[in-house]
Design a protein around this ligand. Structure first.
Ligand code: 5AD
Ligand code: SF4
Length: 526
C-alpha cells in the first residue's frame, strides 16, 4: 500500500516538474512515507528525522515532510516533538501534498506557525468520507504513469492498482483501521480504466491492492456523484459474504471481487499478468477460485496471512476464523487450483501466547506448506484494542526465539516447495538484474572497478511468485529481456530462489536490441 502511495505521490510531483534524487543530502524537499504497523518501522524513520534535524540546525535549507500512517496516527504533536518537520500529510490527504510542499518552499525558512498537518485531526468517519470523495480517487486515476520508470533503473513493467482503501476488520493488534480509515471500494469502471491505461503504457503485470481484497464488493446504483457517475462507496460488513461468494444485495447489481477479476482479464487482454494482495482467510469464496482457474493470465498465487495456528490466540486477535477454517480454505484452494502457491504472515509473541499456542502455529506451517511466510514479533501499537486491553507479556527474548524457530522451520518448508520445481520449465517475468549483479555494480561504482567480463545474472518471478534467477546468454543484453515473460528451465533450488537457464528457443531473443527511452533525471527515493 505504501509503495503505491509513494508511486502516486512521485507521479503527482513529477507532473509538476519536481525531479528526484537518491541522495537525501542534496534534496530541497525530503519526504518520508511512513508505516505505523510495527514499532521498528516508526523508529527507523524517526531516527532519519533526527539526522535531518541536525542538518537543519547546522543551516541546511530543506523542507522535511512525513506522509503516510505515522503522520496520520501521531498528528500535530509530532510537530512539537520534532520542530524540524515542516509538514505532515496522512494517507487520506495525499492529493493535497503538492500544495503543502509548495507552501513550505515558498515560506523558505519555515517558521513554526507555518508548519502544517493534514493528519490526525479528523475522526475515522470524516476521514472515510473524505476518502470516498473524488479527490483521492482522482489521485489514483490521474497517476502520471512514466513508462521509463522515472529513472529508477529502466522502464516500468509492473504496477499496483488500488481497489479498496482502509479496513473494517479491527484485528486487535492492528493500526490500519485507524490510520487508513474504514473500507472504501473504488468503482469497477475506474479500476478497469486504470488497468487499461497501464497496460496500454507497457505494463506487463498489475497487482491489485487492498487490505482484504476478497471483500471487494461494489453495489451499483446506490450512490451517484454530481454528474450521475458512480463514486467510491463504503464496503459492507463481513455478514455480506458466504463461502460460495457474497450474498445478494436486495436485487441490486453488484460487482464482486471474482467479477472484478473476470472483467479486468477480459477487458484488458494485453495485460500478461494479474495478481492481487492481500487476502483475508475468511470469506474467500469458491467463485474467486474458479475465476482464477478459468483465467490463465491470473497468477496462481495467494498471500493469505494466518497470523497464528492457535484458535485461542486467533480469537484474541479478533481474526474471525479458526485454524481449522483456515486449513479448509487452503484445501479448497488446492482442490480448484492444484498448482497454487501460498504465502502468509505470522505474528509470534502475541499477548498470553504460550509454548503450546506457539507449537500449534508451527504445526500449521507444516500442514499448509507455505512457499514463504513473513514472520513478525508482536509489537504493541498505541490506539489498538490489544494496546488497551492485553499487556505485552511475552518477554522479548522469548519472542526472538520463537521468531527464529519459525524462520528456521519455514526455511525448510520453503526449500522443499522450491525443490519441487527442479526440472520444470517455468514462465518468468523478468524484473532486471539479480541482487548479486546490483551489489556487484554498486561495488564497481564505489571502488572504480571496470565492469568484469563474464556472466550476468537476471532475476524475475514465476506466476506463483517464486524468485528465479538465470544467466543472460554471453552475447545477450539485459534490457531486451527486462519486462518480458520468458521460459526458464529450473536446474536447482535454494530455500527462496530457483536457479535456471533460459530455454534454448528464447536465447536469440536476448540478443535483439530494442529502443529504450530513458529520461535519466529521476530517481525513486520517497
Ligand atoms: N505487531 C506485529 N506484527 C504486526 N502486523 C500488523 N500489526 C502488527 C503488530 N502490531 C503484521 C501482520 C500483518 C502484517 C502486514 O504485519 O502479520 O499481516
Ligand atoms: Fe489490519 Fe486485520 Fe485489517 Fe489486515 S485485516 S489490515 S491485520 S485490521
Amino acid at each position: 500500500m505504501n509503495e503505491l502511495d509513494s508511486e502516486l505521490v512521485r507521479g503527482q510531483l513529477a507532473a509538476l516538474g519536481y525531479s528526484f534524487t537518491p541522495d537525501a543530502d542534496s534534496a530541497d524537499v525530503v519526504l518520508y512515507n511512513t508505516c505505523s504497523v510495527r514499532e521498528q518501522a516508526e523508529n527507523k524513520v524517526l531516527s532519519r528525522v533526527g539526522k535531518i534535524g541536525i542538518r537543519k540546525r547546522e543551516g541546511a535549507r530543506v523542507v522535511l515532510g512525513l506522509i503516510g500512517c505515522l503522520a496520520e496516527r501521531e498528528g500535530t504533536p509530532l510537530l512539537s516533538r520534532f520542530p524540524q518537520i515542516d509538514l505532515l500529510c496522512g494517507p487520506g490527504e495525499l492529493d493535497r501534498l503538492p500544495m503543502l510542499i509548495d507552501n513550505a518552499l515558498k515560506t523558505e525558512t519555515v517558521e513554526a506557525a507555518d508548519r502544517v498537518a493534514l493528519a490526525g485531526n479528523r475522526n475515522r468517519r470524516t476521514a472515510t468520507l473524505a476518502a470516498a470523495a473524488d479527490n483521492l480517487e482522482l489521485l489514483d486515476l490521474s497517476r502520471a504513469f512514466d513508462p521509463d520508470g522515472g529513472g529508477s533503473g529502466g522502464p516500468r513493467h509492473s504496477a499496483y492498482v488500488r481497489i479498496t482503501r482502509g479496513c473494517n476488520k479491527f484485528c486487535t493488534y492492528c493500526v490500519v483501521p485507524f490510520t487508513r480509515g474504514a473500507e472504501v471500494h473504488r468503482t469497477p469502471d475506474a479500476i478497469v480504466q486504470e488497468c487499461r491505461r497501464l497496460a496500454d503504457g507497457g505494463v506487463v503485470e498489475i497487482t491489485l491492492l487492498g487490505q482484504t481484497v476478497n471483500h471487494y464488493l461494489y453495489t451499483h446504483g446506490v450512490a451517484l456523484g454530481v454528474n450521475g457517475q458512480e463514486v467510491p462507496q463504503v464496503g459492507p460488513g463481513g455478514s455480506a459474504f458466504t463461502r460460495s461468494g457474497p450474498r445478494g444485495a436486495n436485487g441490486r447489481r453488484v460487482t464482486t471481487f471474482a467479477g472484478l477479476l473476470g472483467r479486468i482479464h477480459e477487458e484488458v487482454p494485453s495485460l500478461r499478468r494479474l495478481r492481487f494482495v492481500t487476502c483475508f482467510p475468511r470469506d474467500f469464496g469458491d467463485d474467486i477460485l474458479r475465476v482464477m482457474r478459468d483465467c490463465p493470465r491470473i497468477c496462481r498465487y495467494l498471500h493469505a496471512p494466518v497470523q497464528s495456528g492457535s484458535d485461542r490466540i486467533l480469537r484474541l486477535m479478533n481474526r474471525g476464523y479458526t485454524s481449522g477454517e483456515y486449513l479448509e480454505f487452503i484445501d479448497r484452494a488446492r482442490d480448484i487450483l492444484p498448482d497454487i502457491s501460498i504465502a502468509g504472515d505470522v505474528i509470534v509473541g502475541f499477548p498470553t501466547e504460550t509454548e503450546h499456542d506457539f507449537g500449534q502455529t508451527a504445526d500449521l506451517l507444516g500442514r499448509v506448506r507455505f512457499k514463504n511466510n513473513f514472520i513478525f514479533k508482536y509489537s504493541p501499537r498505541p490506539g489498538t484494542t490489544a494496546w488497551d486491553r492485553l499487556p505485552d507479556d511475552v518477554p522479548t527474548d522469548v519472542k526472538r526465539r520463537r521468531n527464529n524457530d519459525l524462520l528456521a522451520l519455514q526455511a525448510g518448508i520453503s526449500a522443499t516447495v522450491h525443490a519441487e520445481q527442479v526440472g520444470r520449465t517455468v514462465e518468468v517475468f523478468v524484473e532486471g538484474l539479480s541482487r548479486r549483479e546490483n551489489s556487484r555494480a554498486a561495488g564497481r561504482v564505489e571502488l572504480g572497478w571496470e565492469r568484469p567480463r563474464g556472466r550476468i545474472q537476471m532475476s524475475g518471478r514465476t506466476a506463483g511468485d517464486l524468485i528465479t534467477v538465470f544467466d543472460l546468454p554471453p552475447d545477450g543484453k539485459p534490457e531486451t529481456l527486462q519486462g518480458r515473460i520468458v521460459p526458464v528451465r529450473v536446474l536447482r533450488a535454494a530455500p527462496l530462489v530457483l536457479f535456471g537457464c533460459l530455454e534454448a528457443s528464447t536465447r536469440s531473443l536476448a540478443k535483439q536490441t530494442v529502443a529504450v527511452h530513458r529520461s535519466g533525471i529521476t530517481q525513486l527515493e520517497i
